[in-house]
Design a protein around this ligand. Structure first.
Ligand SMILES: Cc1cc2nc3c(=O)[nH]c(=O)nc-3n(C[C@H](O)[C@H](O)[C@H](O)COP(=O)(O)O)c2cc1C
Length: 214
């Protein structure tokens, strides 16, 4: 059975360099064979700046959310078995629009126990390495499994010719990253199907309740 792979495009501005990177990533991911690929372009997901609270969630086991698009986004992320984040580096981090999209996956745990391959790029020589670094702390809290492998594309304006990366390491790294994504995607899917613990915070809170309320 194919793994459900979502490619999230983390830059939305006009003239974005993502236009050179994302089609290449999508094409190689589709050709890999292990994945059903869907591209989630954040231009098509104009999420509100995060605004959820108890009054918008209402039922924690089936949140309402502040706007229908937030619920649709949570449902969409939940479908996935694996992710690729195509992300530039803005001020040594991922763009706010991508962070906001991750924050909006709220109380549905859609990233939990699923692998993420970052494809990071920038005009600088180190190709988005610090954007990947900013994902490490986000990955800890969301319990996404950030892969060790990352595709880093430096000098992005000069990195592609006729849709292909000029540096052969870019394709090789993406191929290896997709192998790891498939392995982890399948291993973690099996583990999730066999049953997973509730998120840790909920379990700690449950232990702190008086016995009668457990
Ligand atoms: C707000 C902002 C911050 C940026 N910060 C960095 C940075 O920290 N390191 C870097 O190498 N490039 C940085 N850049 C340059 C980006 O790498 C470059 O603009 C790239 O094209 C952004 O991707 P995009 O065009 O798909 O949005 C920054 C660009 C913007 C707009």
């Amino acid at each position: 059975v194919a793994l459900n792979l979502k490619i999230i495009i983390g830059s939305t501005r006009e003239t974005r360099s993502a236009e050179a990177v994302a089609p290449f990533v999508e094409r190689v991911a589709r050709a890999h064979g292990d994945f059903d690929v869907e591209v989630l372009d954040l231009r098509d997901w104009p999420l509100p700046l995060f605004q959820e609270h108890a009054g918008t969630i209402l039922d924690i086991s089936n949140p309402t959310y502040s706007e229908p698009i937030v619920k649709a986004w949570n449902d969409k992320i939940k479908e996935a078995d694996a992710f690729i984040f195509v992300t530039p580096e803005y001020n040594y981090a991922i763009p706010g629009v991508l962070k906001n999209a991750i924050d909006n996956v709220f109380l549905s745990y859609g990233f939990r126990n699923k692998p993420v391959l970052p494809v990071a790029y920038s005009v600088g020589a180190v190709g988005g390495a610090r954007a990947v670094l900013s994902l490490t702390s986000i990955a800890l809290e969301t319990e996404m499994h950030l892969l060790r492998m990352a595709v880093l594309i430096g000098n992005v304006g000069q990195a592609f010719e006729d849709g292909e990366p000029i540096n052969p390491a870019t394709r090789a790294t993406l191929d290896v990253g997709l192998e790891d994504l498939a392995w982890w995607g399948s291993a973690l899917k099996t583990a999730r199907v066999n049953g997973q613990h509730l998120p840790g915070n909920a379990r700690v809170q449950a232990r702190l309740q008086p016995a009668a309320m457990r």
